[in-house]
Design a protein around this ligand. Structure first.
Ligand code: FES
Length: 178
């Protein structure tokens, strides 16, 4: 039977399982490896860990639900990350974040969702240009609330990159499941 995981990922999983005193101790790095390869961790991946590697679904789900760094749903195509550290906070980062989140939520509600998620992150290292933001790996300076909305609109009108198309397909497939 074909494995749910790629050969390279299977090798990594086996390596982690043999590295620690208990199998449960390997769950954290295994989940990181799955997320690195697939961008998120699906229910199917958790079930495959049990079926193929003997890690209990209950144990894995306990770890998954505890740590926010693991994505349990496919990521949107674009990730707007706004710095919320001191300089950016003093220069209105909270308003930039809330405006972006409200825009994304309103688009969702209107039935025309934008391929964006928005998160607050720690210092991005260019504090003199606060508030600072990233869209995936592109960096933007002095991101006011209006500038954040413009970024969302501009990127939403672009052709999705290949990786983003895969995420969008995963998201659509997940939405169709009961
Ligand atoms: S505080 Fe925002 S970039 Fe440093």
């Amino acid at each position: 039977m074909a494995s749910f995981f790629s050969p390279a990922l299977n090798e990594k999983i086996k390596g982690f399982l043999g590295r620690y005193e208990t199998r449960r101790s390997s769950i954290l790095p295994i989940l990181h490896a799955i997320q690195d390869e697939n961008d998120w961790i699906s229910k199917e991946a958790v079930q495959a860990l049990e079926a193929e590697h003997g890690l209990s679904v209950v144990d894995v789900n306990e770890v998954l639900s505890f740590y926010t760094m693991y994505r349990k749903t496919p990521p949107k195509a674009y990730r707007l990350e706004v710095c919320g550290s001191i300089s950016c906070w003093l220069n209105g980062a909270d308003k930039t974040i809330s405006t972006a989140k409200d825009y994304i939520a309103a688009a969702e509600k209107s039935g025309k969702p934008v391929p964006f998620e928005c998160h607050k992150v720690e210092c991005l290292g260019v504090c003199g240009y606060a508030p600072v933001a990233l869209v995936n790996k592109d960096r933007y300076l002095n991101v006011t609330p209006d500038a954040a909305v413009k970024l969302i609109e501009d990127y939403s009108n672009k052709d999705l990159p290949a990786a983003a198309k895969k995420c969008a397909a995963d998201l659509a497939a997940a939405a169709q499941k009961p």
